[in-house]
Design a protein around this ligand. Structure first.
Ligand SMILES: [Zn+2]
Ligand SMILES: [Zn+2]
Length: 238
């Protein structure tokens, strides 16, 4: 699944995601000030381990938070979308992995080594939650794809021809002669193939040979210059 956006939308989106990244990076760093683990035993009084008490955890979480903040900085100043995406996504995912490893390190490596018993505290959940948020933002950045703009349909006037107009024109040119006659009614939204403005019932002419519609003024000028129908090339009878 990719999100298709234009260059401007992508840069705006990266800035928003970078801001969210910084927010969760800050939340993650602040979680260091919370209780992550409580050592409890019958003989000793309750001892709290905060995020900042363990050197490795402190280092990993601070680097993770700074990495996330750096992502916003880069996305703010980068004007090249692909570069911005690569850097922002890399920093977000790197920060997220570090931020996630920090509380997991305490739970699964540090605490078992200390050979103490106790229970994890809610600070560690804030830490894990903010780490997952960093990873999610990284994924959203990586999923952003630049949308391909549809190329305009070529025409022999060098302008784009609307779909409904090209389909009503016969593929093979009709030869012979033609007259241009007024029409009673015009399909809503039909355009003149000379000026590409919308046709109204009061000034629309039809080629009797190919049945393509033109403004009266447009086809009069054209026939004066070329003497034929611009679509089927039939010679106009005077
Ligand atoms: Zn014609
Ligand atoms: Zn016209």
């Amino acid at each position: 699944m990719a999100v298709m956006v234009t260059v401007q939308e992508a840069l705006a989106r990266f800035f928003k995601l970078g801001s969210v990244l910084t927010l969760f990076g800050s939340v993650h760093m602040l979680s260091l000030l919370l209780e992550w683990y409580v050592v409890s035993s019958d003989t000793v009084a309750r001892t709290s381990i905060y995020g900042y008490n363990v050197a490795e955890t402190l280092m990993m979480s601070i680097v993770a938070g700074l990495t996330a903040g750096l992502g916003l900085l880069v996305s703010t100043f980068s004007r090249r979308v692909r570069t911005a995406r690569l850097i922002l996504a890399s920093l977000a995912l790197l920060g997220g992995v570090l931020a996630l490893f920090s509380p997991l390190y305490l739970m699964f490596i540090k605490i078992p080594r200390l050979s103490v018993s106790g229970q994890i505290e809610w600070g560690i959940f804030v830490s894990i939650f903010s780490a997952i948020a960093l990873l999610a933002v990284g994924a959203l950045v990586a999923m952003t794809r630049l949308g391909e703009r549809p190329s305009p349909r070529p025409s022999y006037y060098g302008r784009a021809v609307p779909e409904f107009q090209t389909t009503q024109v016969p593929a093979t040119p009709v030869t012979g002669t033609t007259v241009f006659e007024p029409v009673e009614s015009v399909t809503n939204g039909a355009v003149c193939t000379i000026c590409y403005q919308e046709l109204g019932p009061e000034d629309t002419m039809k080629c009797s040979s190919c049945e393509v519609l033109y403004h009266r003024g447009c086809i009069d000028s054209w026939v004066n210059l070329n003497g034929t129908c611009p679509n089927c090339k039939s010679v106009a009878e005077t």
